[in-house]
Design a protein around this ligand. Structure first.
Ligand code: 2AM
Length: 176
């Protein structure tokens, strides 16, 4: 019988923004800085669920479908490097209240459903480079893109043929 799937809730980046980010990234970082995340894999995680059984997945989808939250926009005006996980990220200096509320709700639903939730505070970010364990020259500023979140998505993380891919499973709208 098929068992669990590795899942997370995230905000999808519009295709045009994914392309802008990867063009800028190619100029902003040297190839030694880290391994670039593929354009289609750029996303902003709201809640990481880990390996989830089919039964739990169904319950979590049902709970997600009941969420009524307003959409929000986010200015991507922050950049950083976490050497320990080896991640270079794009984020925001002022996380919108809507993003914090949505993440909090998804994370508490996940915790109540038995999915381990990290005690680390939620730090909204889009991972740009992985395996960035050496010091990285992080550019002082970002182009300051704004993106508007009008839905959130449940993704499955699949590792196949040596690559990680994120498959969208279901998407829910945020109210206007
Ligand atoms: P990262 O990009 O900072 O590594 C799919 O793996 C998504 O879930 C990524 O955005 C990843 O964050 C996040 N993720 C993976 N493992 C996680 C964990 N143990 N706790 C929180 N988020 C995690």
């Amino acid at each position: 019988m098929s068992s669990s799937r590795r899942l997370f809730f995230a905000l999808t980046l519009p295709d045009a923004l994914q392309q802008q980010v990867i063009r800028w990234r190619a100029e902003a970082f040297t190839p030694e800085a880290g391994r670039p995340v593929a354009a289609a894999n750029l996303h902003l995680t709201l809640a990481f669920l880990g390996d989830v059984s089919a039964q739990k997945e169904t319950a979590l989808k049902k709970l997600a479908g009941r969420i009524i939250q307003p959409g929000f926009s986010m200015i991507l005006d922050d950049l950083g490097h976490w050497p320990r996980p080896g991640v270079v990220w794009l984020g925001t200096r002022r996380a919108p209240r809507g993003a914090l509320q949505l993440a909090e709700l998804l994370r508490s639903q996940a915790a109540r459903s038995g999915c381990y939730q990290s005690p680390m505070p939620f730090h909204p970010h889009i991972t740009l480079l992985r395996s960035a364990t050496q010091p990285v020259a992080v550019p002082p500023a970002t182009p300051g893109w704004t993106f508007s979140a009008d839905s959130f998505t449940l993704y499955q993380s699949v590792f196949e043929n040596g690559r990680t891919r994120y498959h969208p499973l279901e998407q829910w709208p945020l109210a206007h």
